[in-house]
Design a protein around this ligand. Structure first.
Ligand code: ZN
Ligand code: ZN
Length: 409
């Protein structure tokens, strides 16, 4: 059993119509690993069928990335192609939508020098900023979906022959992306409605903080002033309602970058830029991580935290019930798009400006005053399980159960 072409085609169609919701005449910029060419071709077909403008894909290739680590001069690791990201930024200013395809080898850089990996990642983040700003500010409609690349599939299903692993991963992506049944568009409408009800409940309570307790976790997490919970489909500033992540199970908002205290133990390994970091524990003081350990990949974690000032503070807090379909599948995907939707998580680094009321219009200084964090990185890590309880703390100090045993209370 290899990748079912009909399933791949349905994924492409839903990504275009429900995910990015490409508008007639709207250009589309796609970034993808070379391995996902087949999916990108199908996305292009559905984009043009939907009346879209110009579809422009940009590909990366694992072998070419490794060639750089093997043979490029040392200075290469402090540079990135600024012109490329400036071009993308110009495309978004001109109204283009954005799609990202994930699905390359999560362990690609595991054997490379972590210092070089960190330098290149930083140089790339700096160069990519003009292209990322319209995305984190939700100025344009965007979407991210996954393709079951061979090396990724082999990592998730190591005991299966490659083609079978890819077929299995395609099925897992298909189920997690709620594509089953006669009408995936209707599936997504119902799912989005359910997420909206959680969002409305949380916004109505307007908690000042959340308190997490669980094995290795006792965390008081302040929320940003004027924070708004979001989830599922929502309108970008250009007015187009899109579904940024497929799959998505989370409702999320902006934590207060200076009001987080206590300890957190991660509940799943974190796959980050080609390395897997296992058993992370951190301690926060006044919003900053002052202690961090991991049983594997600790040097990668520490390099990550040192990227810049905001890298050791958090910019996103998300709630996901333990019974979400991705969590129930019991599969560890080594891919944030999936693993973050199996578990409550927090993200180190950059906040989403639109999770603070009026935030998209704020200057960096105004955002900071509300508690919004700024950084070159945004890295989600998973800290939810069926053993974690969460209380909401109201403005008057009252405690209201939000989650018990990993489920909505
Ligand atoms: Zn998230
Ligand atoms: Zn995130």
């Amino acid at each position: 059993m290899s990748i079912d072409p009909e399933k791949l085609d349905r994924l492409a169609e839903v990504a275009v119509r429900t995910g990015v919701n490409l508008q007639p005449g709207q250009d589309l910029v796609i970034t993808a690993p070379m391995a996902a060419l087949e999916l990108v071709r199908r996305i292009a077909i559905h984009a043009y069928k939907a009346g879209g403008g110009i579809v422009t894909p940009f590909f990366t290739d694992d072998e070419i990335i490794l060639a750089r680590y093997a043979h490029a001069p040392d200075e290469s690791f402090d540079r990135a192609p600024n012109w490329l990201y400036e071009g993308m930024a110009a495309a978004f200013k001109g109204g283009a939508a954005r799609m990202a395809i994930t699905g390359d080898d999560p362990m690609l850089l595991a054997e490379q020098d972590p210092e070089k990996v960190a330098r290149l990642s930083k140089a790339t983040s700096i160069a990519a900023k003009p292209a990322m700003t319209p995305i984190v500010g939700f100025e344009v409609n965007w979407n991210i979906v996954a393709y079951p690349g061979a090396t990724w599939a082999a990592r998730v299903f190591p005991d299966l022959p490659i083609e079978e692993a890819q077929g299995r991963l395609m099925d897992a992506i298909y189920a997690a992306s709620r594509l089953e049944g006669d009408d995936p568009v209707a599936n997504w409408e119902a799912h989005s409605q359910a997420l909206q009800e959680r969002v409305d409940w949380l916004n109505a309570h307007n908690f000042s903080a959340l308190h997490y307790t669980g094995p290795g976790t006792d965390l008081h997490l302040g929320l940003a002033d004027g924070h708004i919970w979001k989830g599922g489909a929502s309108p970008a500033l250009n007015g187009v309602v899109c579904q940024p992540n497929i799959p998505t199970e989370e409702v999320f908002t902006c934590p207060h970058a200076y009001k987080v205290e206590g300890t957190v133990a991660a509940t799943k390994p974190l796959a980050h830029q080609g390395s897997v970091i296992e058993n992370i524990t951190v301690r926060f003081e006044a919003g900053r991580i002052v202690e961090a350990t991991a049983t594997q990949g600790e040097n990668v974690l520490k390099a990550l935290l040192k990227t810049d000032d905001g890298a050791s503070r958090i910019g996103e807090v998300a709630l996901v019930p333990h019974s979400s379909p991705i969590s129930r599948s019991g599969t560890l995907f080594y891919n944030t798009l999936f693993d973050e939707n199996a578990s409550c998580h927090i993200a180190l680094g950059q906040c989403y400006a639109d999770t603070i009321e009026g935030g998209s219009e704020f200057s960096p200084e105004e955002l900071k005053q509300k508690g919004g964090n700024q950084s070159l990185i945004h890295v989600d890590w998973m800290m939810g399980s069926d053993a974690v309880d969460i209380d909401g703390i109201t403005r008057t100090g009252k405690r209201i159960p939000v989650m018990r045993g990993g489920e909505w209370a």
